[in-house]
Design a protein around this ligand. Structure first.
Ligand code: CU
Length: 214
């Protein structure tokens, strides 16, 4: 009985956050210290590159309340330090360039908090890819991320349910596909970059095509 009451108290404490300690204001006139960094995130957790190809990765530091903290120094590193990818730090972002086939990890450190991205360097990215649109009745593109080289083609295939493929701020000229429910529509990508698209009918039905150097 005692132990179950104790357990209940623990659950309540976890739910309402009691016992959090003082607010640290000891009556001094010093300005409050800058907010501590609580987390660091990157705009991507993985990137695929061909040798000599580059991509930019950006780090964001936040405090415990989820507020973005600007002006914090980001230390960038890459492992292995040479042979697969090189880095050129520029403040909160870093340019990562593939050098030879292999795997590398790029890490951002801000006041002891870290985030990392896996970099795969491969010379064998294909010139075409297939994407299922709502395959199996799912409100999803499958796979939701494909990689092709510039001049390459992605074939979108419908499975009986009406969806569309609408590109959002594409880096190059590309044709969106209006509502349809069957057939295969090829889309050609002539400009390198990241193409985000979605189905405007179904919120959260999103996909990405990354177009690489040829
Ligand atoms: Cu849809």
């Amino acid at each position: 009985m005692c132990s179950s009451k104790f357990a209940l108290a623990l659950v309540l404490c976890a739910a309402i956050g009691c016992g959090g300690g003082g607010d640290g204001s000891g009556g001094t006139t010093n300005p409050p210290p800058p907010a501590a960094v609580s987390s660091v995130s990157l705009n991507t957790s993985a990137a695929l590159l061909k040798p000599t190809e580059s991509t930019v990765i950006t780090a964001t530091a936040k405090d415990a309340n989820g507020n973005t903290l600007t002006g914090r120094t980001v230390d960038w590193s890459v492992l292995p330090t040479s042979g697969t990818a090189s880095i050129a730090p520029n403040g909160s972002s870093v340019t990562v360039t593939g050098t030879a086939n292999g795997q590398a990890t790029v890490k951002a450190t801000v006041e002891q908090k870290t985030a990392q991205a896996q970099i795969t360097v491969t010379s064998t990215i294909g010139s075409s890819a297939d994407v299922g649109v709502g395959a199996g009745g799912a409100l999803a593109f499958s796979p939701d991320h494909v990689d092709v080289t510039s001049g390459g083609m992605v074939n979108f295939t419908w499975s009986g349910v009406t969806h569309n493929v609408t590109f959002v701020n594409p880096p190059g000229s590309v044709a969106s596909i209006t509502d349809r429910s069957s057939g295969t529509v090829p889309v050609t990508f002539n400009t390198t970059g990241t193409y985000n698209y979605h189905c405007t009918i179904h919120p959260g039905m999103d996909g990405v095509v990354t177009v690489h150097i040829p």
